[in-house]
Design a protein around this ligand. Structure first.
Ligand code: SF4
Ligand code: SF4
Length: 376
């Protein structure tokens, strides 16, 4: 006889509902994904989340279902507001000034929204879920939510050969200054939820904590809900430059106009540290570059080997740095740390990111459907 309670059924339904979003929420044998939901969502909030789509809706559009259940509009409003505050769903004003609500995936979504309020249980369950299924599910679509852009000329100019100037080499969407200029003027700066997670698990790194930017609607969400503070473009650029000098990897959202930009490290970043466990992680990153060493100039000082977040730069028996192209994500950290001008980035493609977040999620949904039909 089944011992499943009504609440268990609700969380199982919510798991399936979240899994129907472009970003998967797969089932595991241990059921850790349900434990994550049980910790964050009350049964009532889970029932409401079940009715939310990935496309933002007004409360009037969401309400008819709850009206049939004899719930008042005020009841729904209070719960939606509480769920936004708790970082369970997306919610913010649209261009018409009305509030819009949508369901959030785990990442980028209600995992990130737990910044500054992570519990040890959540951190432990999230790490377990990564290992038991979430990492594979998000990576196998092959359309990443974030992409990698090179450390820019703000630290060191990237050259392929003497005849090619910087402007011609770097794709505009890959240049952090242009990306920032093109971004919304409303910018928020938040702590890195990945570093906070690792810190709780006793595996914290020493990198700067406040390194995650949100733009436009995402910035309003962070500022309004106390998850981040507002900064100017000039302040953002200063922090980005410091991050590049620190050897952090620039990972903007995979969209032409970014909704986020993270300064990541191989120690704590959930994407980089999990990709590091794979044999050829470069294939899962959207990057237009790879590193190449000038053996004549390389002194074998090992700085690139120590700082490379993907362990792609390795010193060989001849005491020269060599790059494992299966691991190199073209972040340019090695270029910024090398004091001998012995390593540079080579352009390998000109992938243009999707125009908007909606386009990105459409591409992810298509890629996910293709990958699942290949498996069946
Ligand atoms: S940092 Fe530069 S000089 Fe040192 S090992 Fe790497 S490529 Fe060679
Ligand atoms: S070798 Fe490492 S540090 Fe250099 S670009 Fe590749 S991944 Fe980045």
């Amino acid at each position: 006889m089944s011992t499943e309670t009504n609440d268990d059924i609700i969380y199982t339904k919510l798991r399936k509902h979240l899994d129907s979003f472009p970003i998967a929420y797969p089932k595991t044998e241990s059921g850790v994904e349900l434990e994550i939901l049980k910790e964050l969502f009350t049964p009532e909030h889970a029932k409401i989340a079940l009715r939310l789509r990935t496309i933002p809706q007004t409360i009037e559009e969401i309400y008819p279902f709850f009206k049939r259940k004899d719930k008042s509009l005020e009841w729904l409003q209070a719960n939606l507001s509480e769920m936004v505050k708790k970082g369970l769903i997306n919610g913010g004003k649209g261009p018409d000034g009305r509030m819009y609500y949508s369901g959030a995936p785990l990442a980028v979504g209600f995992f990130e929204y737990q910044v500054n309020r992570l519990t040890p249980t959540f951190a432990k369950n999230f790490a377990q879920y990564m290992d038991e299924g979430y990492r594979d599910a998000i990576i196998k679509t092959k359309v990443p939510q974030l992409r990698t852009i090179p450390a820019s000329k703000a630290v060191k100019t990237i050259v392929v050969d003497e005849k090619v100037d910087h402007k011609n080499l770097v794709t505009p969407f890959d240049e952090v200054e242009e990306l920032l200029a093109n971004a919304s003027n409303t910018i928020s700066l938040a702590n890195c939820v990945c570093r906070q997670t690792k810190e709780i698990l006793g595996k914290g790194c020493k990198h700067t904590m406040e390194t995650c930017f949100q733009f436009g609607g995402a910035a309003h969400y962070y500022i309004n809900n106390g998850l981040g503070k507002q900064v100017t473009k000039e302040e953002a650029l200063e922090i980005i430059k410091k991050g590049m000098k620190e050897g952090l990897v620039l990972q903007p959202s995979n969209t032409q106009k970014p909704f986020a930009l993270c300064l990541c490290c191989g120690d704590s970043c959930e994407i980089l540290s999990n990709a590091n466990k794979m044999e050829n992680p470069a294939q899962f990153f959207q990057t237009n570059y790879y590193a190449e060493v000038d053996v004549e100039k390389c002194t074998g000082c090992k700085l690139c080997e120590v700082k490379c977040p993907m362990h792609a730069a390795v010193i060989n028996d001849a005491k020269k740095s060599t790059i494992d192209l299966g691991r190199c994500i073209g972040c340019g950290v090695c270029v910024t740390v090398c004091n001998f001008d012995a390593v540079h980035l080579v352009k390998k493609g000109e992938a243009i990111p999707p125009e908007s977040t909606i386009d990105l999620y459409k591409q992810i949904a298509i890629a996910r459907a293709e990958s699942e039909s290949e498996e069946n």
